[in-house]
Write a protein that binds this ligand. Sequence first.
Ligand SMILES: [Zn+2]
Length: 417
Amino acid sequence: MRKRQGILIISDGLGDRPIKVLNGMTPLEYAYTPNLDCLAREGSTGNVYPIAPGIPVGTDVGHMEIFGCDSDKYYPGRGPLEALSAGIEMKEGDVAFRGNFGTVDEENIVIDRRAGRIKDGTAELAKALSGMCLEDGTLVLVKELTEHRVAVVLRGKGLSAAIVPTDVGTANEGVRLVVPHPENPQCEEALKTAENLWEFTKKASDILKDHPVNQERIRNGLLPANVILTRGPGQLSAIPSTAKKTGIRALCIAGDITVGGIAGLVGFDYYVQDSFTGGFTTDYMGKAQKAVEAIGEGYDWVVIHVKGTDLAGHDNQPLEKVRIIEEIDGMMGYIMNHIEKDRCYIAFTADHSTPCEAKDHTGDGVPTIIWGPDVRRDKVEMAGEAYFMEGALQNLKARDIFALQMDLMGFSKKRGA
Ligand SMILES: [Zn+2]
């Protein structure tokens, strides 16, 4: 079978709805996008559902589906994904938690779930705890996230995520820390995990209360971060490697470390450099150049992720969303000018919609294009949600778009003789 390459740009949260200040257009319809228009004119287009019509998804689930992975079956839960986004390399069998640095009194009554919204010094606190070895040999990895947030991973034999951890939720202040326990008292693995988590929590508090960061906080009249509250347990099970399943060698270029982590879970390589941020401003051209370079190095599929469109949606900044879409159009122009067009497909999609007026993810279809010299052309002439309703890619889901790209590139396996 003939093999070709492909580049996919994912504009996070791109999909939108008609907006008054944009004369009733969406940001994609309103933006000046000569390159995306060209791809739309020469390729297949449509509004594609991340999972199903009307079902909003998170960035994590959306990317699993775009990468050809069934999130219903394999979504590992928030704990492992937070750990991945903290940069912890997860192994099969690890149990991970999302956590907070919090404040408790001597009776373990929770005074503040966020330790006075601690910002500084959390890296030092996490470092003082990470690498702790528990009595049964289980290893604990701890890594700070933004502000008061932290990721905790238990690594050992025979662990289970089916436990009630120390933090039951936002109504926890003024009540005593929960002693971790198994959801099912008969489950030995869960019992062992709960005991491990409690041992860690107590030892962590002993270390934290005398830590110089906390001594200084107390001197300055701030609440000490003297406990780690954990919630959202999840266990990393074997996620089928998309790379192995299809035989593609893929690279994901993203400033957003969660997206990079998910790419790693499905067997893709991940590339980031300092100028590639997951923010409003990122090195758009640098990402496009890196993608073209990777195609030159022989990667079969290169995915570029841009976060800014989602942030602009959450902040209800339609004009900022328009500006970022125009930057993406510039990336497309660079890519179109620097690849061998008869050997490389180009696709464009989003992980979900983040309409500006909704300020949150919605279950709308996301604008999608697949372009290549032999891709079927529909009658669509312009890039935009309204135009794409006339396109060829109708009633499809993110995983269908993945499959279509793999088939074009020659990586789909024939069924039957
Ligand atoms: Zn997203």
